[in-house]
Design a protein around this ligand. Structure first.
Ligand SMILES: CC(C)(COP(=O)(O)OP(=O)(O)OC[C@H]1O[C@@H](n2cnc3c(N)ncnc32)[C@H](O)[C@@H]1OP(=O)(O)O)[C@@H](O)C(=O)NCCC(=O)NCCS
Length: 230
């Protein structure tokens, strides 16, 4: 049985651990986490062995980056690369209770938690986190380091850009593209393509800006050449 080290010892890592325990797929060797306060402690019965920079000390282990944020997962992969641990050492975890058909692909380092369904010709990139009960329908593409939190629902032909973060129970209309690094708030309904690097929320989803309304004594940001009027 292959041996696995989980990177990070937070909420997603503990969920992955609980789910891994339902399978005989891997022997869990421990966590690596850069929080020194955790070193030498046990988290859910598994030891925190040290920081990520020590990953090369475990040449027989595979790894899984288990942070809830794609940016943090990308940082973990970089730390391991600097320590001489390459992409080929990353496992992929598809939890029991995930439904996916043979026309779907899931990249190395990705995590799919229970209750998630991938219907047909869905492409999931590398180091993507898909939390419980997400629905990815035909021809969806989820790029590297994207995060779909619990209950996200994608219509057919949706493209989720690299590192994008979709909050709980967000829904996306068929054919829509979400730009790289964009955050979609929980419970939102996304009806149109979203540019990268922004935060959108609501039903229908609209961009969240610091100044959304005209307060007494102010003017909207859009009317000030981008300068904050306050
Ligand atoms: C969208 C989000 C990132 C915004 O967070 P934030 O920048 O801290 O924003 P705030 O909470 O300060 O709210 C800013 C405004 O947006 C509104 N807003 C925030 N989240 C919203 C949402 N999901 N839908 C609609 N409106 C929302 C707030 O009501 C507030 O409006 P106001 O200025 O008129 O009062 C956050 O609310 C969210 O939805 N995060 C995802 C949470 C999640 O799914 N976590 C999963 C954990 S596993």
């Amino acid at each position: 049985m292959p041996t696995l080290l989980l990177l990070g010892a937070g909420g997603l890592a503990r969920e992955v651990l609980a789910s891994l325990r339902q399978t005989q797929e891997y022997r869990i060797y421990g966590f690596l986490d850069d929080d020194r306060g955790l070193h030498g402690t046990m988290v859910d019965g598994v030891p925190v062995l040290g920081g990520l920079g020590g990953a090369a000390k475990y040449p027989r282990c595979s790894f899984l980056a288990c942070a809830g944020s794609g940016t943090v997962r990308a940082g973990m992969v970089q730390i391991l690369a600097r320590a001489g641990v390459g992409e080929e050492r990353f496992a992929t975890f598809i939890a029991p209770g995930v439904s996916l058909t043979g026309s779907c692909t899931v990249g190395a380092g990705s995590i799919l938690l229970a209750g998630t369904v991938l219907t047909a010709a869905v492409t999931v990139g590398r180091h993507v986190a898909v939390m419980p009960n997400c629905t990815l329908t035909h021809d969806d593409v989820v790029e590297d380091y994207a995060t779909l939190t619990a209950g996200v629902c994608l219509g057919g032909g949706v493209r989720v850009g690299a590192g994008a973060y979709l909050g709980m129970a967000a829904t996306v209309r068929q054919g829509v593209r979400i730009g790289a690094g964009t955050v979609v708030g929980m419970g939102s309904a996304v009806l149109r393509d979203l540019p990268g690097g922004q935060t959108w929320a609501g039903v229908p989803a609209r961009e969240l800006k610091r100044l959304q309304t005209t307060l007494p004594g102010t003017v909207p940001a859009a009317a000030t050449d981008g300068k904050d009027p306050r």
